[in-house]
Write a protein that binds this ligand. Structure first.
Ligand code: SF4
Length: 432
């Protein structure tokens, strides 16, 4: 039997889709790249914004029509955050669905898919099952490794705690084992994932000791054959001095911290339940840059949160100017059911959200250009991740994207690249 899987949303979803594929392939299913060739179409979904949901719903419409008109035997299944959020409602809206599986039942996916060949299955149980590590993709140089799931922060705009549950961390031993397995398959870099990775607290299966994130980094840093370690996503309230010290001192931990600020206004940060102030954040950035001068800091920002007037928006603008992030992912506020902000009036118009988004995108573009221009004429160390049309693609330790012109086989190599150009946020260089 052949399956096709389409993935939307965050790195955690990409990791979960690899787990799903590995479990089905272990049961003899064949993965196909074209959905029309599949006997079973699976979509792993994201509910973080309405737009993400609408994209999935339009795909379901296309597949439903194809099933009705061309291939009645086709099976369709929806996984991930939309399933956990909408549950049975999805059946009413898309009666041709054969499987609705939430974020907790991933480890049981091959059994659920098998059952769905016979009858419709809805599986939304919030069981805390151990997630089996996925197979490593062929020729993978860098790979995601989920070290914890869920979130306890309840930021008022965020649906994650409602669809992924409370924080639970894997044992350090299971993480190290997965890192070692990845390195044995040729992986050179791991990206440790968690919705709020800084609050990792894993209990050792050997001695029951509680291991926090800085200590987990120390353990992963000891893995032979590994070149680099990255992690995402950090919450400013949990980014400790020990973690800054770990990034500074551990030779494999890369000097890049993704640190969502969301807003530059204290009033909005309070309404968002972010648990830090603008001043706290600026002090933290100053401390990080003092300890790790070459660090790059990237962030997430939401514009148009309920009650965000021009004054609050300009506070975000002034913070972006003051911090000068290396890059920023900027989103328009999207009301999410279950969240505490859902009851607030979504009083910033669509047009105004668009205007604020474009204003910040332009500002950040000029800042990122300035921050990247300093590399022109310099030599940087790049881990080569893949071949692209323009040349080899890789990243510097502080997360700058680099295209390398070279005819040499560089996949998986750490190379010194002479940067000659900064084009649209991507550095270009050569290696001889
Ligand atoms: S830290 Fe806040 S924004 Fe991030 S996943 Fe948790 S609740 Fe959502």
């Amino acid at each position: 039997m052949r399956f096709y899987i389409e993935t939307y949303g965050c790195q955690m979803n990409q990791y979960d889709s690899r787990v799903v594929s590995s479990l089905l392939e272990r049961e003899g299913w064949e993965k196909v790249d074209e959905w029309k060739e599949a006997d079973f179409i699976l979509v792993n979904t994201c509910a973080v914004r309405q737009h993400a949901e609408d994209r999935v719903f339009s795909r379901l419409g296309i597949w439903g029509k194809y099933k009705r008109e061309k291939k009645p035997s086709l099976k369709i299944g929806i996984l991930g955050c939309i399933s956990q959020k909408e549950g049975e409602n999805l059946i009413h809206r898309f009666p041709y669905l054969d499987l609705v599986a939430g974020t907790f039942v991933i480890p049981k996916i091959s059994q659920l898919v098998k059952e769905a060949l016979e009858h419709r299955v809805v599986a939304l149980e919030e069981e805390l099952l151990e997630i089996p590590p996925p197979e490593i993709e062929e020729d993978a140089v860098t790979t995601f490794i989920s070290v914890m799931r869920g979130c306890n922060n309840f930021c008022s705009y965020c649906i994650v705690p409602y669809v992924r549950g409370r924080e639970r961390s894997r044992s350090p031993e299971s993480v190290i084992e997965e890192v070692k397995k990845a390195v044995s398959k040729g992986v050179k870099e791991v990206v440790l994932l968690g919705q709020n990775v800084n609050s990792y607290r894993g209990f050792s299966v050997r001695d029951g000791r509680c291991v926090d994130f800085p200590e987990l980094l120390k353990l992963v840093n000891k893995v032979e054959g590994l070149y680099r370690i990255r992690f995402a996503t950090s919450h400013p309230k949990d980014l400790s001095d020990e973690l800054i010290k770990a990034v500074k001192e551990l030779d494999k931990v890369c000097e890049h911290i993704h640190l969502p600020i969301q807003s530059g206004s204290n009033r909005i940060l309070q309404l968002m339940n972010r648990k830090y102030t603008r001043e706290d954040y600026l002090r933290l950035v100053e401390k990080i840059r003092k300890e790790i001068p070459e660090v790059s800091i990237t962030t997430d920002i939401i514009v148009g949160f309920p009650g965000e007037g021009e004054k609050e928006f300009m506070e975000t603008v002034s913070l972006v100017k003051e911090v000068e992030f290396d890059a920023a992912y900027i989103f328009k506020y999207s009301p999410r059911p279950f969240t505490s902000a859902y009851s607030l009036k979504d009083d910033v118009s669509k047009e105004e959200k668009e205007r604020r988004l474009n204003y910040l995108l332009q500002l950040q573009k000029s800042i990122s250009k300035k921050k990247n221009d300093i590399y022109v004429g310099k030599e940087v160390e790049v881990l080569v991740e893949k071949r692209e049309r323009e040349g080899w693609f890789g990243r510097t330790r502080n997360h700058k994207s680099v295209i390398i012109s070279s005819s040499l086989p560089l996949l998986g190599k750490l190379v010194k690249v002479r940067i000659v150009r900064n084009r649209k946020g991507i550095l270009e260089g050569y290696f001889r």
